[in-house]
Design a protein around this ligand. Structure first.
Ligand SMILES: Nc1ncnc2c1ncn2[C@@H]1O[C@H](COP(=O)(O)OP(=O)(O)OP(=O)(O)O)[C@@H](O)[C@H]1O
Length: 418
């Protein structure tokens, strides 16, 4: 592939970087695009894996059909089969009508399964079947259906380790991994940092109608040598924050260190395990941590309480009660719709669990009204990082510990560039 084509692709998709491994990934994408081969994209979180399936789709004969990207890690385990493969009416509580899944909806096109390593084993069996024969069965149905879809999957997990632990099917791995494309982490492409910085600072300057931020020589060195655990997403988020907050547009190394300190102290998340607590923190700081932890526990309790109330009302629903209190109900649980057949109400967006809605609403209320959103956010990032570290990066476990849904955790990881 001529390098000119890579240039075109970079321009078309807004991809910045001159690193050899990045060019190799783009080159491979163009080469496999016209085939129907399934592709596995590997790379850490935030490296830009999402560009690969888009390129593959654009340069394939499927480009006029649907392209759909699904974050497998962000969909609750209980609904993932229905989301991907669809369901029949009445196949579970809340399935008030038949629903097409993504595999049916994107027939003829390309599906990008991001975080494929997070799929439950039962879903992996269904996916394997689609890969082998194009066949699938809707949840609650016995009818075999066919779809013609190109699958590009991605993961930032060590999938071989997942296979060894029995969490990922080996046969599925080989089936997905016909061609592997690796996207390099930012710390291996230090030379690209200055180009990415320039692009993002210009983008945010335009977005916020402000002059672009620039770096001193020393601060550029600092950024180039930073390990970037959140990769390009983290760099982008950092530039956005600085662009908005700082009035001085040339960013010194001291200023940068306020945003990305060299050593982030690892403080034990759990109250019961004090072994890792760094006791150099002042009493005031520890007390603040403790209060934030209580606040998060309270939010979790509130979520649980709302969930119980929701279930109670749902099970003993009196239409009059719901109608009379509709405003309050919608405030707490989100938009409701009536199911006229059995007078039971349901959330309008059935893919949202009540606890998802609750958490986000409570969080929004708290940040808007009662607390300084910046310090709460900082604490939240800290808690999330600690929970992920404690659970070896396992989002499901970390979310459970934090008392939030996997979906919310996923959203937050993206939002904060973690
Ligand atoms: N080379 C690049 N040039 C410009 N922007 C980039 C580049 N790589 C990544 N980005 C930007 O960084 C952000 C994160 O990229 P992306 O969502 O593709 O990461 P990812 O590898 O899919 O992460 P995850 O595994 O967490 O889903 C996006 O906003 C993307 O546009």
């Amino acid at each position: 592939m001529e390098s000119i084509s890579i240039q075109n692709i970079k321009q078309k998709f807004g991809i910045i970087g001159y690193d050899y491994a990045l060019h190799r990934a783009l080159e491979k994408s163009i080469q496999v695009a016209p085939t129907d081969i399934s592709v596995l994209v590997l790379g850490e979180s935030g490296v830009g894996k999402e560009f690969i399936p888009k390129i593959i789709h654009q340069y394939s004969s499927r480009k006029h059909h649907t392209y759909i990207a699904v974050n497998c890690g962000a969909i609750p385990e209980g609904t993932i089969d229905s989301e991907l493969f669809g369901h029949e009416k009445g196949s579970f509580t809340g399935a008030t009508s038949m629903r097409k899944g993504y595999f049916e909806g994107a027939n003829g096109g390309t599906i990008f399964l991001d975080e494929v390593g997070e799929l439950p084993l039962t879903t992996q069996v269904r996916l394997l079947r689609i890969l082998e024969s194009g066949e699938f069965i809707k949840v609650g149905s016995s009818k075999i259906q066919k779809t013609n879809i190109r699958i590009v999957a991605a993961t930032n997990l060590n999938i071989v380790e997942s296979i060894q632990k029995g969490k990922f099917r080996e046969d599925l791995y080989y089936r997905l991994n016909t061609v592997q494309i690796n996207v390099p982490p930012l710390r291996f492409r230090k030379n690209d940092v200055k180009f990415l910085f320039k692009k993002f600072s210009n983008d945010f300057a335009e977005k916020y109608h402000m002059p672009s931020i620039t770096l001193t020589e020393e601060s550029l060195k600092y950024l180039e040598n930073y390990p970037w655990p959140g990769n390009i997403r983290q760099l982008k988020n950092l530039i956005e924050q600085i662009s908005v907050v700082e009035t001085k547009r040339e960013i010194s190394i001291e200023k940068l260190k306020e945003y990305i300190p060299e050593n982030i102290p690892s403080i034990s998340f759990s109250n019961h395990n004090n072994n890792n607590v760094i006791e150099t923190r002042s009493f005031h700081e520890r007390e603040k941590d403790f209060l934030y932890k209580i606040l998060f526990d309270m939010k979790k309790n509130l979520n649980d309480l709302k969930d119980i109330t929701f279930q109670l009302i749902k099970n003993n629903s009196s239409t009059r009660f719901i109608e009379k209190n509709q405003h309050l109900m919608e405030k707490v649980f989100g938009k409701m719709i009536h199911n006229r057949d059995d007078s039971i109400f349901q959330l309008e967006d059935s893919s949202k669990s009540s606890s998802d809605l609750d958490y986000e609403e409570v969080e929004e209320d708290l940040t808007k009204n009662e607390f300084s959103s910046f310090s709460l956010q900082k604490k939240e990032i800290e808690f999330i990082q600690k929970a992920l570290k404690k659970n070896n990066g396992k989002r499901r476990k970390a979310a459970k510990e934090l008392g939030i849904s996997e979906r919310t955790l996923y959203r937050k990881i993206k939002q904060y560039g973690l």
